[in-house]
Design a protein around this ligand. Structure first.
Ligand code: 6MZ
Length: 350
């Protein structure tokens, strides 16, 4: 498993399964709890949106840097390390910057996860989609969230809900505005169920975020935090984030013993993104993945995709990694996988 660029891990695992194993995974009700909207747009849809953008705004409307990132996404992203990954988003954001385009991108992501596939089953029985509200010349942050919700609420409540993400680089006022929007929209009966902390794992001052997560919890919103995603995430900061009492944690790859103790005591569900961690090279091999540790401790986990656009994976593919025989996958039994899928469903915010 040394030369994987995109899709390799999950695709190889899917290809190694017997038809009956594949059918078992397809039928299994699965929850997708960790998918970033702008990282989950199927590439052909993003390409179509980029073409339309150019047709409307002129051939030179997209800067060279944006075109270069689109080329990387088209050919399959090879990452040397996780910081390479964040540089892809300005290109995607240049395209999804109006309510009309954001709406179409959202619809494509929802369809990817929730519409019935060729096999007669959706990727996910339930999707908690997350996104960072962006202010652009064409929309306010509140309009951004409303646009996503307008599409998401086309699906019944038991199928889809929204998590509002705070980017670690946000200043205090911007993060406060996002939380206020999330809380007020929830009060209005809109389908916002939680808040998230994401972005470059080494950016920002996390002390400043305490109040935001307190306000979110007070309003009854679930809290999930990307935490200890890279080895250079300082331990005091990790403990500080855990003191905000999140319900779930994204990645949690580099928790030390003190942090693990809190995570176990408070039964915080770990959102596991196998392909993402392997492709971003924060985990060297599947065998070394921290999922093994959590399964060994009977600790709640949820299997998730993170960003299907750069990683070219799928929820079915991530489950195939659980089932495929080693070294392609973890070789878990159907009973074990069924239990994992159930943990994911039980860790929903609604
Ligand atoms: C941390 C990530 C991420 O919010 O604009 N994002 N943050 N770690 C990851 N793992 C590899 N993957 C995605 O979706 C894109 C944004 O999600 C965050 C990044 O901040 C990225 O800009 P939205 O819909």
């Amino acid at each position: 498993m040394s030369d994987h660029t995109v899709a390799g891990y999950a695709a190889e695992a899917l290809a190694s399964l017997a038809p009956s194993q594949l059918e078992f995974l397809q039928k299994l009700p699965k929850a997708e709890l960790h998918a970033h909207l702008n990282g989950s747009i199927p590439f052909p849809v993003l390409q179509q949106l980029a073409n339309e953008f150019q047709a409307q705004s002129g051939a030179d409307a997209l800067p060279d840097a944006v075109r270069a990132s689109l080329d990387r996404l088209r050919h399959g992203v090879v990452l040397n390390e996780i910081h390479d990954f964040f540089g892809l988003f300005p290109a995607i954001y240049a395209i999804t910057s109006t309510p009309a385009v954001l709406r179409r991108a959202t619809r494509a992501v929802l369809d990817f996860f929730l519409a019935e596939g060729k096999d007669g089953h959706p990727q996910a029985a339930y999707l908690e989609l997350r996104s960072t509200p962006r202010e652009t010349p064409a929309m306010t942050r509140r309009q951004y969230i409303e646009t996503v919700l307008d599409e998401l609420e086309q699906y019944p409540p038991e199928r889809a809900a929204l998590i509002v993400s705070l980017d670690r680089r946000m200043d205090y006022r911007t993060a406060a505005e996002c939380i206020e929007c999330a809380v007020s929209l929830k009060k209005e009966g809109r389908r916002v169920v939680g808040v998230d902390l994401c972005g470059d794992p080494t950016a920002g001052n996390m002390d400043e975020f305490a109040e935001h997560f307190r306000a979110a919890k007070a309003a009854g919103l679930g809290v999930t935090l990307h935490i200890a995603e890279t080895p250079d995430c300082p331990s005091p900061e990790t403990l500080r984030l855990l003191s905000y009492k999140p319900d779930r944690l994204g990645h949690a790859t580099f928790l030390d013993a003190a942090a693990k103790k809190i995570v176990h005591t408070d039964e915080m569900c770990i959102e596991i993104c196998l392909s993402s961690n392997l492709l971003c090279k924060t985990v060297p091999t599947l065998d070394a993945h921290h999922l093994r540790y959590y399964l060994g401790h009977d600790h709640p986990v949820a299997i998730c995709t993170d960003d299907i656009l750069p990683f070219r994976n799928s929820l079915l593919g991530e489950y195939a990694l659980l089932m495929a025989p080693p070294p392609i996958g973890l070789g878990l039994t159907e009973a074990e996988i069924e239990k994992i899928a159930k943990m994911g469903m039980e860790s929903r915010f609604r």
